[in-house]
Design a protein around this ligand. Structure first.
Ligand code: FES
Ligand code: FE
Length: 421
């Protein structure tokens, strides 16, 4: 099907134009169901960071679109993504968010599965005739990783993850430099839901236009020097389409490569941290850690569900056409100084936390978008900022506009390609 049901059949190609998308994309249930099928079942979907499942038996539960899955490390150290669905009568076999186990036991009738998903045993087996356990393992999805990011897909015949990411890999490598010479590990997660369509959030991570307005309370809460750093409209930032719906929004150009500029003066807000680190670390390590502690100066949007944003992962999960779950996963330095990881968490809480100065304001704006989208039968969502502005759209350093809606246009062109396929 290449048409939306509401408002009479309308081809998807007509709902996405170069400079706008139709509001039906936020509120039509038939479109939502089609998206789950044609996007979330047909491409690479982020499910975990490798550090979340560090040793054999470690697992987390997650989703690929609407499908519940278990991401688990097997005894051999491989990562498997298993559909969280018992092969007897369909119950989920695991409801814990994370943990460590040697097997998964379905709570309903006790069918027991190994870490690789193989069915190991069923209670009272004499009740079955001619039962071959090898036909009833948990279903495994295809899994590939890049730089610790684990993706899964239901499709065996699509391109490799590496090809799908393409030029975004360069930005992932830059993002991971926030390990500051140590590894990168996740450092806790919090979740919330908002009453709005998943694409409202997808847009937001590549939207600098709202920052000085929605995040005024954040800007009022920081010192002058930090305020200048976050004066995003005047930093020479830009947005680039990276292909396949991915994009990068560079907000603070001097924080793109955290291995450069190590001799720059230490910002006032990190002076106390630097002093604390100097008690146990040489000056070069102190400088590397302090430079990386606030994360990178860009947001990398990976279509359809992951943003690598400054110093955290933002993961979106569509729940229904008008409800989305967001996970904010803080990032730490694996084996890095405790003081630096503590500082990371305080920075994270300050903006992204439930009582933070940033994310609650974002959520209010997203909620209003969904509510307002109910008004008018045939209105459009505008994505034309910077489009056609000479020498600004989709340009690199010094040429672009950080508030260009280039990243959103890139995501919706990918949406159209997949929905019309
Ligand atoms: Fe899982 Fe029956 S549904 S054992
Ligand atoms: Fe925001």
């Amino acid at each position: 099907m290449t048409t939306a049901q509401a408002n009479g059949p309308k081809p998807y190609s007509e709902l996405v134009k170069p400079d706008r998308v139709h509001t039906a994309l936020y509120k039509d249930e038939a479109i939502f169901r089609d998206e789950m099928e044609k996007i979330f079942q047909k491409t690479w979907v982020w499910v975990a960071h490798e550090s979340e499942i560090p040793q054999p038996g470690a697992f987390k539960t997650s989703y690929v679109g609407l499908q519940p899955v278990i991401v688990v490390r097997t005894r051999e150290g491989e990562i498997r993504v298993l559909l969280n669905r018992c092969r007897h009568r369909g119950a989920t076999v695991c409801e814990n968010r994370t943990g460590k186990t040697s097997n998964f036991v379905c709570p309903y009738h006790g069918w027991t599965y190994g870490l690789d998903g193989a069915l190991r045993g069923v209670p009272y087996p004499e009740g079955y005739n001619d039962f071959d356990k090898s036909n009833y393992g948990l279903v495994s999805l295809r899994v590939e990783s890049y730089a610790g990011l684990v993706f899964a897909t239901s499709k065996d015949d699509i391109e490799s993850l590496s090809d799908f990411l393409g030029p975004a890999k360069t930005w992932i490598d830059l993002f991971m430099k926030q390990g500051a010479g140590f590894g990168v590990k996740t450092a806790g997660e919090h979740k919330f839901r908002f009453p709005g369509n998943w694409k409202i959030q997808l847009e937001n991570t590549t939207d600098a236009y709202h920052f000085p307005l929605v995040h005024r309370s954040f800007l009022n809460s920081v010192d002058d020097e930090t305020g200048q750093t976050f004066d995003l409209m005047n930093q020479g930032g830009f947005v680039q389409d990276l292909g396949n719906g991915h994009s990068v929004m560079v907000m603070i150009p001097h924080l793109v490569d955290l291995e450069e500029g190590l001799d720059a003066p230490i910002p006032e807000r990190f002076a106390a941290l630097a002093d604390e680190l100097r008690r146990s670390h040489p000056e070069d390590v102190v400088r590397r850690v302090v430079r990386a502690v606030g994360g990178t100066g860009f947001n990398l949007n990976l279509f359809p569900n992951l943003a690598c944003s400054m110093a955290f992962f933002r993961v979106l999960r569509p729940v229904s056409v008008s409800e989305t779950e967001i996970s904010h996963i803080a990032i730490g330095m694996d084996g890095g100084p405790e003081a630096a990881n503590r500082a990371r968490l305080r920075i994270h809480e300050h903006f992204q936390g439930p009582m933070g100065f940033g994310s609650p304001d974002d959520a209010e704006a997203w909620t209003r978008v969904q509510r307002g989208a109910e008004a008018g039968p045939d209105l459009w969502i505008m994505l034309n900022r910077s489009l056609g502005v000479d020498g600004v759209d989709n340009q690199g350093p010094g040429l672009g506009d950080v508030s260009a809606e280039t990243g959103m246009r890139a995501a919706y062109q990918m949406w159209k390609r997949m929905m019309c396929a």
